[in-house]
Design a protein. Structure first.
Length: 576
């Protein structure tokens, strides 16, 4: 009853002022709608009343059929309602349902009606622009975006960036850039247009185009700090780090003490992996603004990334005194305590995280620390205390519970938790991946393969699923060529991930290519001195005759994780 009442209220709100009953049209034999009572006022039919009645019927029918999952029927009802109603919200609703149904022809028809009824609605013109773009109608898309720009207000920089961010979400980067280029051609002397074009090209990794557009923006507005910083970022990505940093230093010398410029320079130094120089710049900024919470937070993160826990703690304590970003400060102080292997202190800090985006992270970290102390049931109970208010939160909590059960080697329970969760959320790839990893521990390679392939059917470019499947096939079967195909695809997608480079080395080893295996495994070890990588790298060195070097790598791996089961098994098997 509550649902039906809310539905009627929503529908009535869309049809403002409609108080009459309605005359239904046949809609597939629906008993509820067919039983509606026809009302005709004395003295003949009032066309205005009939129109409002018909409109109310259409909206009610659309909501009822949509509620039953009959999306196509719901869309048809809303399309007719949109033409009949002067309320732009009805047309907007039709647009949303058409987009959900991937019916782009009806979406375009509905969005035109929406824009007609609400000519100053930015979202209507923006949606129509996207639909034109996806149909290859680039001139029309650019025309709609000109409307967006004119409606966005006086701030040209923000208006053009709004358009660039919208276009950055499009899969066809070439078409998106061409449309943005059309806008630039229509305003050749507008620096904001050139800057937004450069920003979009940078998003799509078109670095030469990006640099040319940013240079044009700086030609039109030479003192634009943000454009100068963007130019430097492009140069860094092109590999011209020294040139980028040199230009920034010259700019700082010319302009004197510019906080924004120095802050941008410090962040650029981080991108260039020059952490000590970046720290010096941040220290200089903090001398000018010692209570700047954002600066204190940034330098704390920088210190943590460089394992400088004492410095991180000092900055975080100063951040707490500002009274802002306290949840961030408490969470990061917990991370500092964890890195020092002080679990009780870490949990104390995490419990102080009571608001903001860090609350769930802190809750999960407490559970993980309890599990690390082998308090597995207490860890699970702690997880259960957090309300699963959304599916994303539920998946995060279930994933943490599965990790705890795996750590406890209670694999059957972990499999049961994952399977029950997938009954409720069968489309969730994270849960499928978690169950696949449990299946590997149980030796159920058929289950692992089905789950990972199901992920890849939905997301062919999922590098983690490709890597897991390829590595498992190489490690646990003799399907080496198939394994190689999967890992090669994963490596193309994520060449900087040590785990995937390690998998490639292991596949090459299984194929008998020892030199290639050593090359990849050495690279993986240099990227991340992980115990499992040490196991693989040491084994290949051992088989290659480099036994002293193998022992050295194994010893280094033991320092990182002395209880790692893969490393323990490898050393016992090869060097008893």
């Amino acid at each position: 009853m509550i649902r039906a009442r809310s539905l009627l209220l929503v529908s009535a709100a869309l049809v403002v002022g409609c108080t009459a009953s309605f005359t239904p049209k046949d809609s597939g034999g629906d008993a509820l709608l067919a039983d509606a009572v026809e009302v005709r006022p004395a003295g003949g039919v009032d066309p205005a009343i009939e129109r409002r009645a018909r409109l109310l019927y259409l909206v009610l029918a659309a909501e009822l059929t949509g509620h039953r999952g009959e999306v196509s029927d719901s869309l048809d009802f809303y399309m007719e309602a949109a033409e009949l109603s002067d309320n732009p919200e009805v047309a907007e609703r039709a647009v949303r349902i058409a987009l959900f149904s991937h019916d782009y022809d009806k979406a375009r028809s509905a969005v035109r009606r929406w824009a007609e009824l609400a000519p100053e609605n930015v979202d209507a013109h923006r949606t129509l622009a996207v639909l034109h773009l996806r149909q290859g109608e680039l001139e029309a898309a650019a025309g709609e975006l000109e409307q967006v720009l004119s409606l966005a207000g006086q701030d040209a920089e923000q208006a053009y960036l709004l358009v660039a961010r919208m276009l950055a979400r499009e899969e066809d980067s070439s078409a998106a850039l061409r449309v943005m280029g059309m806008l630039v051609e229509r305003k050749p002397d507008e620096p904001a247009a050139a800057f937004a074009h450069g920003h979009l090209a940078l998003q799509f990794d078109e670095l030469d185009t990006a640099l040319a557009s940013i240079d044009r923006a700086l030609e039109l507005r030479p003192d634009w700090t943000e454009a100068s910083l963007t130019r430097a970022r492009i140069l860094v990505q092109q590999g011209e780090v020294d040139r980028a940093l040199g230009e920034m230093e010259e700019l700082l010398d010319r302009r004197g003490e510019s906080r924004d410029l120095r802050l941008g320079y410090a962040r650029l130094l981080i991108e260039a992996d020059r952490y000590e120089e970046a720290r010096q710049q941040f220290d200089s900024l903090l001398k000018q603004a010692p209570k700047d919470a954002d600066l204190l937070y940034t330098v704390s993160l920088l210190a943590l990334e460089n394992d400088d826990h004492d410095r991180a703690e000092r900055y975080l304590q100063r951040l707490l005194k500002t009274g802002t970003r306290t949840s961030d400060a408490h969470y990061l102080l917990g991370a500092v305590a964890e890195s020092r292997e002080q679990p009780e202190q870490a949990m104390e800090w995490y419990r102080k995280v009571r608001d903001g985006d860090r609350v769930l992270d802190a809750h999960v970290r407490i559970a993980a620390l309890l599990a690390k102390q082998e308090k597995f049931d207490e860890a699970r109970e702690h997880l259960f205390q957090y309300p699963a208010t959304t599916q994303d939160v539920a998946v995060r909590l279930i994933g943490a519970e599965i990790d705890i059960l795996r750590q406890a080697e209670r694999y059957e329970e972990a499999m049961d938790v994952a399977s029950r969760a997938l009954e409720r959320m069968p489309e969730d790839n994270d849960l499928l991946y978690a169950r696949a990893m449990v299946a590997e521990k149980l030796g159920r390679l058929d289950r692992l393969e089905r789950d990972l392939k199901q992920i890849l059917e939905r997301d062919p470019d999922n590098a983690h699923a490709l890597n897991a499947l390829g590595y498992t096939l190489a490690d646990r079967t003799d399907r080496y060529q198939e394994a190689l195909d999967y890992v090669e695809r994963a490596l193309e997608l994520a060449p900087g991930e040590a785990a995937i480079v390690d998998s490639m080395g292991w596949v090459q080893y299984r194929l008998g290519n020892l030199e290639e295996a050593v090359r990849y495994l050495r690279q993986a070890w240099e990227m991340n001195q992980d115990a499992e990588i040490a196991a693989h790298y040491g084994e290949v060195l051992w088989v290659s005759g480099e036994r002293n070097e193998a022992r050295s790598i194994w010893n280094a791996g033991r320092e990182q994780d002395p209880d790692n089961p893969v490393l323990q098994e490898t050393v016992q098997r090869l060097n008893p």
